[in-house]
Design a protein around this ligand. Sequence first.
Ligand SMILES: *Cc1c(COP(=O)(O)O)cnc(C)c1O
Length: 470
Amino acid sequence: MKYISTRGDAQRRSFSEILLEGLAPDGGLYLPEQYPKVDDATMNRWRTLSYADLAFEILSLYIDDIPADDLRALVRKTYTHEVFGTEAIVPLKPLEPGLALEALSNGPTLAFKDMAMQLLGNLFEYELARRGETLNILGATSGDTGSAAEYAMRGKQGVRVFMLSPHGRMSPFQQAQMFSLQDENIHNIAIEGVFDDCQDIVKAVSNDLPYKRAHRIGTVNSINWARLLAQVVYYFAGYFQATQGNAERVSFAVPSGNFGNICAGHVARMMGLPIERLILATNENDVLDEFFRTGTYRVRKGHETHETSSPSMDISKASNFERFVFDLMGRDGQRVRHLFGEQVEQAGVFSLTPEEFGRIAGFGFVSGKSTHADRLRTIRDTWERYGVMIDTHTADGLKVARECALAGTTTLVLETALPVKFADTIREALGREPERPAALQGIEDLPKRFSVMPADPQGVKAYISAHVSA
Ligand SMILES: *Cc1c(COP(=O)(O)O)cnc(C)c1O
């Protein structure tokens, strides 16, 4: 399998060439040249596999430059009962006939980003060892992504993580999750500023190309193809748990921000998984809901981006969205280059033609949005009706699932985080404390390891230099 760019660059690359990369050189995103189709016999065979072996089967359709035995060992090391809490890895939690949650948030940081990031950690370690190289990951976080990256990379050979976060602005629980890590290759840097200051520092360091090269700086952002590929697996795993045979169709409701999670659902559907609807749910930051209703994609400005109680969906633009548009345009790289490289970059907006907009239905997408009041109502309602406590992001997904689901088809709502991460809103909705997994009792009291620094790229560069040469 070779990989191409959504903006039409003619060069084809292999999996291990794009594994450690971000954007393609022409500014586009990488996608496989085609989606392998899965036939009925294969589906029957996959139905009974363990999660790790299913992951191996799916990954090996897309990865042909890692020997099969090595790849199998990597996924078996990743998707274990020990790390994800159950044999099923992504068990279903039935709510009522035809409606269930698919639990994706039982990994070390209690959010679905672990599903992909844990694999990425093992893939990075393997590929760096094979090349005899090292990598220094620099990132900025306001919560979920940073901790998922740290828990995936902790203790890995050849990788160091430098994670910037706004000093004193994360929840005590999130701080404790990250700062209690004592691994030598994990560096928490608390910046005296807000999240945007952290992001600006990452940009400033990355734009200094000689420094970036000399210090082997990389990222683990959501546009990484391997992350997306890892997420394809749980669409199949959810489908197999929800159905008896391959003739049944299932819908998925997905709390969405950067369009990574639901894009994996799109890939699964293109491979032939019988998905009826891909139900996209946004919070008040409704860039994507607007697109799927109107055909206009309009990037929001900073002051138009709302801070909500489902913060991991607070986005102004959706960084993986270009991948879907490439497929929607019949894989016309020139058209995508025009829409994203010119219109979005210059004016921050594009509109599809009516003919292009008409194609969306054929890809199964529908959308809706959910507000803070909706979240409170949905969390309360789910607790009262089923005795199940859900987090704020999952609540957005469930609210929109109820509006968009098709009678007669099972709908799986992807549970993207556990309620304990968003205790304030749970208290507001239910007047009680969220449930906390036993392993995380008292985590706020553990010793913390972090450095506080002013919002200045020079200081961060000096810190990295000192720790990289050591
Ligand atoms: C990242 C995240 C999302 C959004 O997923 P995307 O892949 O960015 O669409 C939703 N919920 C939670 C809890 C997340 O951490």
